[in-house]
Design a binder for this molecule. Structure first.
Ligand code: SAM
Length: 376
């Protein structure tokens, strides 16, 4: 039985600028009131600790937004509050997302000192023209410098890249990915550019300013990503995630393996099993509304729904098939899908090993339609 873990996600919703592709719950602000935000996060941690006695925390993840804009003292106090609210292992994974600007690099050591032991850098590209297109406020040179510095300070470092930019050729992506992998970070998340509803990029595409990559080209770039990462010793362990063995994100594995995680901060999602029922939670998205709610009730939760058996099963498949290791089904779950599985297996999209189901390389490429066939 694989260890699913029990994680804590903290959403920091502020960015110094809003990227034109991003539809996360973010606001252009620094959220400078450290004391107020620290108090709110601690209240929520204490609220959840009472609901989940005896759980052992295996990971903490500061995501955003841009949590490297938060004060290192806030991060330190929140980590200590979590570590006293739940028992933790000595090797707990504590990740913070950071942007590679000069100002933020200057704080990497302070974040390390505050207890963060894994840094996730939002690099997106090392190429200045691509960075300009993506509306980023750092250069390729800064990105390279930040990655080198993070590797020196943290060792355990991951970075995000976005590919399938307009007119990006297979050769151009292969060469920039190869260079990026040669820097030696043990973990990489590579995302194909998605045009999200409501973003500036959606409007630009509607106006005809640029056209997103078509599906075939996207698939070719995806294949290059897999072969280059594999060649560099960082094979895919999830659709968009690649790691040297032992450097897989333990926090994200908790999501994908269907483990429980607490979500705090504005617009955070959680999945928590209480008295045998798995619950889906969400907090208020708007920062001020969230702070008021925490002040009034000790937590910012605005949705707390029990999940039905079918919901839990659908999530288990949707998340589990993203991973190379796949998902282990009970006899009952397996029987429920047996006919559909047989067809998909014959077509080469699904692989079966006992009760263990995984998507083949071809299946991962068409994961959404695979899931809709399985879950009709
Ligand atoms: C919300 S961001 C936070 C990270 C960091 N603050 C930053 O600015 O890069 C999380 C990651 O999701 C990815 N991402 C967000 N929107 C995307 C999109 N529309 N298409 C592809 N990747 C996207 C980016 O790689 C980004 O680093």
């Amino acid at each position: 039985m694989v260890e699913k873990g029990f994680g804590l996600y903290i959403h920091w919703p502020f960015c110094t600028r809003i990227c034109p592709y991003c539809d996360f719950n973010i606001y252009k602000d620094r959220g400078a009131d450290t004391a107020k935000w620290t108090d709110a996060f601690i209240s929520e941690i204490n609220h959840w600790a009472v609901q989940t006695p005896g759980r052992r925390l295996t990971s903490i993840y500061f995501g955003g937004g841009t949590p490297s804009l938060a004060a290192p003292e806030l991060v330190h106090t929140v980590i200590n509050a979590a570590r006293s609210a739940w028992p933790t292992n000595d090797n707990i994974e504590i990740t913070l997302e950071a942007n590679p600007t000069d100002a933020e690099q200057a704080r990497f050591s302070a974040f390390h000192g505050s207890g963060v032991n894994r840094l996730s850098l939002g690099i997106q590209s090392f190429d200045d023209t691509a960075l300009q297109f993506l509306g980023r406020n750092h250069t390729g040179h800064e990105a390279r410098y930040a990655l080198d510095l993070a590797l020196k300070i943290f060792g355990n470092v991951t970075f995000d890249l976005i590919y399938a930019l307009p007119d990006q050729t297979e050769e151009a992506w292969q060469s920039s990915l190869r260079k990026a992998l040669s820097i030696g970070a043990p973990h990489l998340s590579a995302y194909q550019l998605t045009i999200e509803p409501g973003t500036a990029f959606e409007k630009a595409v509607e106006r005809g300013t640029f056209a997103p990559a078509d599906d075939d080209h996207g698939a070719a770039l995806y294949d290059i990503t897999q072969s280059e990462a594999e060649r560099a010793g960082r094979p895919r362990y999830e659709i968009s995630n690649h790691a040297s063995p032992g450097f897989e994100s333990r926090h994200n594995l908790t999501y994908w393996r269907g483990g429980d995680y607490i979500g705090i901060g504005p617009g955070a999602h959680g999945r928590v099993t209480i008295d045998g029922t798995r619950r889906a939670t969400e907090t208020h998205r708007a920062p001020q509304k969230y702070l008021t709610a925490v002040n009034d009730h000790g937590h910012g939760i605005c949705l707390d729904d029990p999940l039905s058996r079918d919901d839990v099963f659908a999530e288990k498949l949707t998340m589990g098939l993203r991973m190379q290791e796949g998902v282990s089904l009970s006899q009952l779950e397996f029987a429920q899908l047996a006919d559909r599985i047989k067809v998909l297996q014959a077509d080469g999209f699904i692989e079966i090993n006992g009760p263990h189901l995984s998507a083949s390389a071809a299946g991962q490429r068409i994961l959404n339609s695979l899931l809709s066939t399985l879950l009709i």
